[in-house]
Design a protein around this ligand. Structure first.
Ligand code: NDP
Length: 333
């Protein structure tokens, strides 16, 4: 069976050379453990942080070690009383075709509730992030103008639709016309800005938000955030979810500089982590499932086929290759 491990730490943009594909014996489950065959593997922007040798909210990976990932898989053998062969499960396992895990860490996935891969996207960590980041931190109310950056991604697409369902006017930014069309035509965004094509991002943002910005769900930082910043209204909320535009930066720019804007507007800027909401996770998942069943929430998956292509799927996140949640299909059920 095959695994990816970290071959070296990247400087700047990661490359395929930072990853090494190795073949190992298929692991055997011990007492209480479960052997899982990966069906879908998630690749996520936060993994860039784990490739770096620096303390963050996720521990750095060691060079030479296999890397962790959320997966959806099928139980092949189980020594755990909650699982049996054939069950579909999700959990934080490895960039691996097979892995053994403590059954207590696994969660069942009901294949009758829709595609099992949703457990890594809209009905998994990214969906829960969009849910709490938008509804608890950005906190939109009817009539607000809400901006979401990386709006066509896994988290942003959920966050933006929830703002719309809260009665807000929603503007998204994304890196292609195809993504922007998806936001406005299918997800119900009121406007979308292709930040790679506009001449003047500040002007485009001002035109898209004539009444200013009441809440901003930030996935990217950098120039997009600067463009929103100057439009913040009194009592605006900024939910800082991610800063992908600087994850590969070797020379990190110093700080948000226009803090006087926060004095003028009494705006609140708040970072959050999805893991802070573990105890309310099921509330979010139940509501997101209901929205999907009611056709009020749409999602897409960008599936890269083949375990050997997992690093390319990861690198694609930084090129904006994904519409919706980026996944690797590793095996069929
Ligand atoms: P996405 O599905 O949104 O994929 C990443 C997207 O980021 C790309 O598709 C690309 O879209 C955009 N992007 C890449 N580089 C840049 C850049 N230089 N400038 C602007 N946009 C860029 O990923 P996720 O939904 O999984 O994650 C979104 C954000 O949320 C990330 O920053 C991530 O770290 C963060 N996150 C935070 C969590 C938390 O607990 N706080 C939990 C989960 C995720 P485009 O075409 O628009 O450029």
């Amino acid at each position: 069976t095959r695994r990816w491990r970290l071959a070296s730490r990247p400087t700047g943009e990661p490359t395929r050379d930072n990853f090494e594909l190795v073949t190992v014996d298929r692991p055997e489950p011990g007492p209480g453990e479960v052997l899982v065959k990966t069906l879908y593997q998630s690749v996520d922007p936060y993994m860039r942080g784990r490739m770096r040798d620096a303390e963050s909210y996720a521990e750095p990976w060691d060079v030479g070690d296999p890397m962790q990932a959320a997966i959806v898989g099928e139980v092949l053998e189980s020594n755990h009383d909650r699982f049996e062969a054939g069950d579909v499960v999700t959990g934080d396992l490895l960039w691996a075709e097979h892995a053994v895990t403590d059954g207590d860490e696994l969660r069942p996935v009901d294949p009758d509730r829709g595609p099992v891969s949703t457990a890594l996207g809209v009905l998994g960590m990214p969906g829960v992030t969009g849910y709490f980041g938008m509804l608890d931190v950005a906190d939109p109310t009817p009539g607000d103008t809400v901006v979401v950056s990386a709006a066509a991604g896994a988290v942003g697409s959920v966050a933006g639709q929830l703002a719309r369902l809260s009665g807000a006017r929603v503007v998204g930014t994304a890196g292609s016309d195809e993504k922007c069309d998806w936001l406005t035509d299918d997800l119900g965004f009121d406007d979308a800005i292709n930040y790679k094509e506009v001449d003047d991002l500040g002007q485009a943002m001002a035109e898209a938000c004539p009444d200013g910005v009441d809440a901003y769900f930030d996935n990217v930082g950098g120039p997009i955030t600067d463009a929103v910043w100057r439009l913040l209204n009194v009592d605006a909320r900024v939910a800082v979810c991610g800063q992908i535009s600087i994850y590969n930066a070797t020379d990190v720019p110093t700080g948000p500089r226009k803090l006087a804007k926060l004095i003028e507007t009494r705006a609140r800027v708040e970072g959050f982590l999805v893991s802070d909401y573990d105890d309310r996770r099921n509330v979010a998942l139940d509501r997101l499932s209901t929205f999907i069943a009611d056709d009020a929430l749409h999602y897409r998956h960008n599936v890269v086929d083949g375990f050997e292509n997992a690093p390319d799927a990861f690198l694609g996140l930084f090129e904006g290759e994904n519409i919706g949640k980026q996944l690797v299909q590793v095996a069929e059920r």
